[in-house]
Design a protein around this ligand. Structure first.
Ligand SMILES: *Cc1c(COP(=O)(O)O)cnc(C)c1O
Length: 465
């Protein structure tokens, strides 16, 4: 074995060959050396595993080129969302509106007013860029923005309930995913959780009996990704906030998605932020990149006296938003203030698309793909269920339409085609169902159909070779 390993050319030898290779010579030496080491290591592992390995210098250089190509292309890139899930955490949640995009573009180059007060020529507060806009839109006294909603909840609890108790219904001990679990977040913030009621039923009296000298707050958490049905009950929001006020404790509502526009899907309604404020919650928290439709952000709105404590919390420095997300948020808030949010904000528009319109789009799309049928593909329209995602309208289906593609006749299985799509220049993320690749048209943007058509044509060509 040692003898075999010794046959691998030395790194120095490969390096001098690489430096003479026009495809490799432009890379900085340390990057090149590292890639060569990686390639050599891979060969050693192959040999140690008892496999044969090609150790000719040209093959090694080819392996080095592949490593460098992978390392020097962007991993974070645009993709096409053909899943039908509007707010997909794995796919970057909300796509930006034109105003949000322009706002980000506006500060990409050069310096910006992120913490500069233009009027007085002195240091400013980044939060003040959006605070009055958020207050105008939600009806709250004060607002504070942080990195994401998880950070918002953390900051709220750390500022208002450290070493004190927070009462939460057992039906609302949510896990959002990505290891955001309400009991854990509470523990991390230094607050103590007091669970009340049962999974399906919690009464006002349960909350009332749990209040003690140790209680800092009552917290309601939106059950973002599940719904409990059947024999269920929860007190009215107004009753909760009244109870908190009577006992001099804080009422908190983690809305999760937090929409500013009223919206009804199949008879289900998400509470708006304005409603939660009106119901009397002292603090309301929600995400910037879920139903609001902007960039990543955690938004806290509520009573000035509580927000003041959060603004003074040292934790805020670690949770603060960066200028690009702030720009996206402010641009999106402009959509709500002076635009047509139901049309201008992509996630809001996608959520509102009519089934008939989606059916028509799917039919037109199928027609454009009809030439594939002559090549042996199957192309059909299909009725689908798509989802809002992003912690809104849990378990509520949206009637949608799309295409199902089958290229088995031309030698491409569904999983091969799905993989081909995934590796396309602009990766196309689609589902596989019943040995067919399914494309939901709900979340496709303007140029996406062109890309999908191009990918299908190219896949067909490659199979015909
Ligand atoms: C999504 C969600 C969060 C976390 O928000 P992020 O912006 O993803 O950090 C917290 N609470 C609830 C109820 C949620 O739905």
């Amino acid at each position: 074995m040692q003898n075999m390993l010794r046959t691998i050319p030395a790194v120095d030898q490969i390096l001098s060959e690489a430096q003479a290779d026009p495809g490799l010579s432009a890379y900085p030496r340390p990057i090149l050396v590292e890639a060569i080491r990686t390639a050599v290591q891979a060969i050693r592992m192959e040999m140690l595993a008892g496999h044969s390995a090609d150790i000719a210098v040209p093959s090694l250089l080819y392996a080095v080129k592949k490593i460098l190509l992978q390392q020097t292309t962007m991993n974070l890139k645009r993709i096409i969302n053909a899943t039908g899930v509007i707010i997909h955490t794995n796919l970057g949640r909300a796509p930006f509106s034109l105003r949000a995009k322009a706002a980000v573009d506006g500060v990409l180059e050069g310096y910006s007013t992120v913490e500069f007060d233009l009027q007085h020529g002195v240091r400013g507060e980044r939060n003040s860029l959006v605070e009055s806009k958020l207050c105008a839109l939600t009806g709250a006294e004060a607002a504070l923005v942080v990195n994401n909603n998880a950070a918002a909840v953390m900051l709220v609890l750390s500022s208002l309930a450290k070493e004190q108790e927070v009462i939460i219904s057992r039906g609302q001990l949510v896990e959002i995913g990505g290891s955001f679990r309400i009991p854990e977040v509470l523990r991390q913030s230094g607050a103590r959780l007091v669970e009340v009621g049962t999974t399906n039923r919690t009464n006002l009296a349960d909350y009332e009996q749990a209040i003690s000298g140790q209680t800092a707050a009552i917290m309601k958490v939106h059950t973002s990704n599940y719904r409990i049905i059947g024999f269920v009950s929860q007190p009215e929001e107004k009753q909760l906030t009244d109870l908190a006020r009577q006992h001099g404790i804080v009422s908190i509502n983690d809305l999760g998605s937090g929409t500013l526009l009223p919206m009804n899907v199949n008879g289900y309604q998400e509470k708006t932020v304005q409603e939660a404020v009106k119901e009397g919650f002292d603090i309301v928290t929600f995400s910037g990149d879920k139903l609001l439709g902007g960039g990543q952000a955690g938004i806290i709105v509520g009573k000035e006296k509580y927000l003041k404590k959060m603004k003074a919390n040292h934790l805020l420095r670690a949770l603060r938003m960066d200028k690009l997300c702030l720009a996206a948020l402010e641009g999106t808030l402009l959509d709500y203030l002076i635009g047509f949010p139901a049309i201008d904000i992509p996630v809001q528009a996608m959520l509102r698309r009519e089934t008939e319109e989606l059916r028509q789009q799917a039919m037109d799309f199928a027609k454009r793909l009809a030439p594939l049928i002559e090549l042996g593909w199957k192309v059909d329209t299909i009725e689908l269920e798509s989802w809002t995602g992003g912690g809104a309208f849990p378990a509520v289906e949206l009637r949608s339409y799309g295409l199902r593609l089958c290229a088995i006749q031309v030698g491409l299985s569904a999983s091969q085609l799905e993989k081909y799509f995934r590796n396309w220049t602009i990766p196309i993320i689609a589902r596989v169902h019943n040995d067919e690749v399914v494309i939901d048209v709900r979340c496709l943007l303007d140029s996406d159909e062109e890309e999908i058509i191009a990918a299908c044509q190219q896949a067909g060509k490659e199979m015909n070779k």
